[in-house]
Design a protein around this ligand. Structure first.
Ligand SMILES: Nc1ncnc2c1ncn2[C@@H]1O[C@H](COP(=O)(O)OP(=O)(O)O)[C@@H](O)[C@H]1O
Ligand SMILES: [Mg+2]
Length: 279
């Protein structure tokens, strides 16, 4: 991965806090005219097994897409391709108009594994991406501290991985992902390992923080309710068969999972997603 300094260290904190306040209750605005992610004719497999077949997907800037599919269908593989981690695929992926050939500096990737470095404190974990990008020590620590505050971890800066609960680890990993101020955020099952209560608490928080700055988001999940309640669009991936459903979610925000159960649009989308998943 080629690393070069590329951070705009301007008035970062106030911009971030402002966007947080403004965007909590509004629907994210996708600019349909600009494709942020363009996946064209992508095939990918391991050995003789084809996992991803002829994937075509254009994601406008600012859109929040949930990618769902049964375990093993290739969600993580597709996310890795978008992250530029497997350059040897057939087909092509462009981000912000540029064909990707490797990892991209302004893509934030939160992997499904709890990837915190156990020898680093929470603060130093969050600062890691900034360090790679050549941000000075003072600036990166202050930004990392602000991000820990935004995910509700004031006072936990000095804790190590084994002193953090699963929910706290996910918050740290999420803060690290957003601390680089990405324009594209890839989240691989960020809530899968959490108990129901922690999940319910973190989903709206992550959504709110992702929306700042018109970010484009791809959330991988196998939880249908989570997908519909968080996303502008739900894409169902079927192993070896490509995309089996591409479903817009036109339900006003903020959306509360408990209330959604009674919304006819929600039930309708849920039904379609289930059919696509299990057909
Ligand atoms: N490095 C690898 N080598 C061989 N097979 C792999 C590798 N990574 C994933 N697979 C296989 O590819 C399929 C898709 O994996 P993955 O993308 O992780 O699915 P998902 O994230 O949807 O659960 C699975 O059957 C998995 O076993
Ligand atoms: Mg996976």
């Amino acid at each position: 991965m080629s690393i070069k300094p590329a951070m705009n260290t301007g008035d970062w904190v106030s911009t971030r806090v402002e966007s947080r306040l403004h965007l909590a209750a509004v629907s994210p605005i996708a600019d349909e005219s600009k494709a942020m992610v363009e996946i064209e004719g992508v095939h990918y497999g391991y050995g003789d097994t084809l996992i991803l077949k002829d994937i075509h997907l254009a994601i406008p800037q600012g859109q929040f897409v949930a990618l769902v599919g049964v375990s093993g269908c290739g969600k993580t593989t597709l996310l890795n391709l978008v992250a530029g981690q497997f350059p040897g695929m057939s087909g092509q992926i462009s981000i912000a108009g540029q064909r990707i050939k490797g990892p991209r500096l302004s893509t934030g990737y939160m992997s499904a594994r709890d990837a915190l470095m156990p020898w680093r404190t929470a603060l130093d974990n969050v600062a890691f991406g900034l360090e790679l990008r050549g941000v000075s020590k003072g600036a990166r620590l202050s930004r990392a501290k602000d991000w820990l505050a935004q995910v509700g971890l004031i006072g936990s800066e000095g804790k190590y991985r084994n002193q953090l609960s699963q929910g706290m680890r996910q918050r740290v990993a999420f803060a690290r992902t957003l601390a680089i101020d990405p324009d594209l955020v890839l989240l691989d099952e960020p809530f899968a390992a959490l108990d129901a209560q922690t999940k319910e608490e973190l989903q709206p928080k992550f959504l709110q923080l992702c929306e700042g700055g018109g970010r484009t988001v791809i959330l991988v999940t196998h939880d249908i309710n989570e997908a519909i309640s968080m996303a502008d669009r739900v894409v169902v991936l079927s192993k070896g068969r490509g995309i089996s459903l591409d479903q817009p979610v036109v339900i006003p925000r903020p959306r509360n999972i408990a209330d959604l159960i009674d919304v006819p649009e929600f039930r309708d989308i849920r039904h379609r997603v289930r059919e696509a998943l299990f057909s």
